[in-house]
Design a protein around this ligand. Structure first.
Ligand code: CDP
Ligand code: CDP
Length: 223
């Protein structure tokens, strides 16, 4: 059988829809680099908060993000963002970051600062001999990789998503983040035309991943 070409898989969806667990498991099944862009927005948010900035300080935020020294460290199958050579820790899941991240993420300069960095993860995946990458976020299939080989959009009932996040012991207002993420002007959360939507409300993680793999391997075997 011929070697499969390098593939790019985009996974978007609202908060706690299952993006990270699905992407991580898919990366293991297909030997892909896993890129969690939400963790990038969270790391930037933690850094800006550490510098005492608020999303209302637009000029200061714009100046800060334009000069943040980003790097990438590959740990296992995951791409971790470095800022000034340091990978952020658990603080990116703190209540303070949960409350601020969507406000910083709505600022066009913050999104612009991340655009080339996110696209550059394909080169990182190739350098590390992965068979492709799976990138998750809100605008991956619509803005970052609109030509991705496979684009999925995960959905789940809001009550079920809140239950999942709470069972992780997190204080997180997911409906408020979804509202902010869907209504912002730049790169809003939306189902990209042509993406495959999967509702995981009544599916286990394995069932969701099986569907993705079936679609990827089904199509890959026909090319
Ligand atoms: O894991 P969870 O779904 O709770 O959120 P996340 O993926 O870690 O993303 C945190 C926040 O970053 C989102 O609520 C968005 O405001 C922002 N984000 C974004 O704007 N664009 C992306 N591609 C990824 C995340
Ligand atoms: O990355 P995102 O915020 O979209 O979701 P996640 O962190 O992957 O998943 C949130 C929680 O839902 C985790 O505790 C997962 O184990 C759980 N989950 C689930 O119960 N069923 C699924 N089909 C997917 C995720």
């Amino acid at each position: 059988m011929p070697e499969r070409p390098f593939i790019i898989v985009a996974i978007d969806g609202g908060a706690a829809s299952g993006k990270s667990s699905t992407s991580r498991t898919l990366s293991e099944r297909l030997h892909l680099l896993h890129v969690d862009t939400g963790s990038f927005y969270r790391a930037i948010t933690a850094e800006l908060l550490r510098r005492g900035l608020s999303p209302a300080d637009l000029p200061a935020v714009q100046a800060a993000v334009a000069t943040l020294p980003f790097g990438t460290r590959v740990e296992g199958r995951s791409a971790r963002m470095e800022i000034g050579g340091r990978v952020a820790g658990d603080e990116i899941r703190s209540r303070e970051v949960n409350e601020h991240v969507s406000h910083f993420a709505a600022i066009p300069a913050v999104r612009t600062a991340l655009l080339a960095y996110q696209r550059g993860q394909a080169a990182v995946a190739r350098q590390h001999q992965f068979k492709g990458l799976v990138m998750e976020g809100r605008d991956i299939g619509s803005v970052i990789f609109p030509d991705a080989d496979f684009r999925f959009f995960l959905q789940a009932d809001p009550v079920e998503r809140a239950r999942r996040r709470a069972s992780e012991g997190q204080h997180d207002s997911i409906s408020e983040r979804d509202r902010l993420d869907s209504s912002r002007k730049t790169s809003p959360l939306t189902i990209p035309a042509g993406a495959t939507a999967i509702d995981s409300t009544h599916l286990t993680l394995e069932q969701v991943v099986d569907r993705l793999v079936a679609q990827i391997e089904g199509r890959a075997s026909r090319v």
